[in-house]
Design a protein around this ligand. Structure first.
Ligand code: NAD
Length: 390
């Protein structure tokens, strides 16, 4: 089986799906690796290193001609979709719940679509494949560095002959994978750190990292299914925003990571909260998206300074800005999944397997993942779409 690593094409994307040291791990399973020339360059992995590790360096045209499985980080470009054909498979973080039409288009072309974002993350044997976790870790780390470089003061307590600098007070809102990594990183930089989440179980995790857990009196637990948060009701949301405002005003730096699967990111930092912050404060919104983020006025990929001197960074694809570490981790995840899917040197699609039931989105010309199929209207999905249509 030929697995092919494409050069990512989304703007600002510097990661690569497979790093050279994965090649030797795949070979015993009968997997040969093709690499599109320049695929690893932006992550400081030149073609020569892949060639030395045993990969064949090919042009894009040769790659789509020869590949059985295409390995990618994010969604393929429209041009790449047109190159894919029946019998080929694509594996990546393809966001099928956000973009079910892509899955339908690929299904109609006879392409098997496998997305790492559908992985059942709580299954212990799936953990080496958990790209959402590995990339959230990178993002949480980088968010703190972004905040520190925007901040006009030090993070640690510094006592020098020129005076004493008090440590920065950092508040992390949303303490899942990215938030906990942000807490750890801010602590290592010497800041005084607090964390808040609607899942009460995160209290112990926050405290074990040496941070203070912020408890709101007006909002109870919002633990949802599978370890995730549920969406708050309008009343809960209002109460949360009001009570958080006082906490936010007492901090120099706020990092927000809150997400609810399949929903818009919740708004945690309102205009009033921003107005209550002191000039020079910094907010990094990791939830920033085209639909809105955790912070009023944040825009993905942009940094804005408010009239009262608060810098708001709309963090956009932070893992791509730490490309080598993010690619190393992602490469481990995608290799583990590829090996799990491979039998006798070929992909063995088996919907009865718990991991495959989560990650296999389209196969045999049909969208087979019920959650994705359910998002496709009959007119859009065409004859090839299985599952509920409303
Ligand atoms: P996520 O990216 O969906 O959300 C980030 C955080 O935002 C979560 O902690 C969530 O509770 C929080 N949040 C959502 N709405 C909020 C609100 N209104 N106010 C405050 N916080 C809010 O989550 P994630 O980081 O992917 O992980 C979520 C959970 O899944 C965690 O418990 C994590 O430990 C667990 N998890 C487990 C495994 C495993 O078992 N192997 C793997 C990955 C994640």
């Amino acid at each position: 089986m030929k697995a092919a690593v494409v050069k990512e094409t989304s703007p600002g994307e510097r990661r690569v799906a497979l790093v050279p040291d994965a090649i030797a791990r795949l070979r015993p399973a009968g997997i040969d690796v093709l690499v599109e020339s320049g695929a690893g360059e932006a992550a400081w992995l030149p073609d020569a290193v892949y060639a030395d590790a045993g990969a064949s360096i090919v042009s894009a045209a040769e790659l789509y001609q020869a590949a059985d499985v295409i390995l990618t980080v994010t969604k393929p470009s429209a041009a790449a979709v047109n190159e894919l054909r029946k019998g080929q498979a694509i594996i990546g973080m393809l966001a099928p719940l956000a973009d079910p039409d892509l899955a339908a288009t690929l299904a109609a072309r006879g392409v098997t679509v496998i997305s790492l974002d559908g992985l059942p993350r709580t299954l212990s044997r799936a953990q080496p494949m958990d790209a959402l976790t590995s990339q959230s870790n990178v993002a949480g780390y980088k968010a703190v560095l972004v905040a520190a470089s925007e901040f006009g003061r030090f993070f640690p307590l510094l006592i020098t002959a020129a005076g004493t600098a008090r440590p920065a007070k950092v508040l992390v809102l949303g303490t899942g994978v990215a938030g906990l990594q942000a807490i750890g990183t801010a602590r290592r930089l010497g800041a005084v750190v607090s964390g808040y989440d609607v899942r009460p179980s995160s209290k112990d995790e926050v405290e074990s990292l040496g941070a203070t857990f912020v408890e709101l009196t007006s909002v109870g637990s919002a633990a949802g299914e599978g370890g995730y948060a549920r969406e708050l009701t309008a009343e809960e949301r209002q109460a949360q925003q009001d009570e958080l405002t006082g906490h936010i005003a007492r901090h120099d730096v706020v990092i927000t990571t809150a997400q609810v699967p399949g929903r818009r990111p919740p708004l945690l930092v309102t205009e009033d909260a921003i107005k209550a912050m002191t000039p020079g404060s910094v907010i990094v919104d990791m939830g920033a998206s085209a639909l809105g983020g955790n912070v009023t006025g944040s825009r993905p990929g942009e940094t804005v300074v408010t009239g009262n001197g608060v810098t708001i960074v709309g963090a956009d694809n932070l893992p791509a800005t730490v490309p080598t570490a993010a690619s190393n981790a992602y490469s481990r995840n995608i290799s583990a999944l590829l090996l799990h899917l491979t039998r006798d040197g070929a992909l063995a699609i088996d919907p009865g397997d718990e991991i495959q039931a989560g990650v296999v989105i389209a196969h045999d010309g049909k969208v087979v993942h019920p959650g994705v199929a359910g998002l496709l209207l009959p007119a859009e999905g065409g004859a090839g779409v299985d599952g509920p249509s409303d």
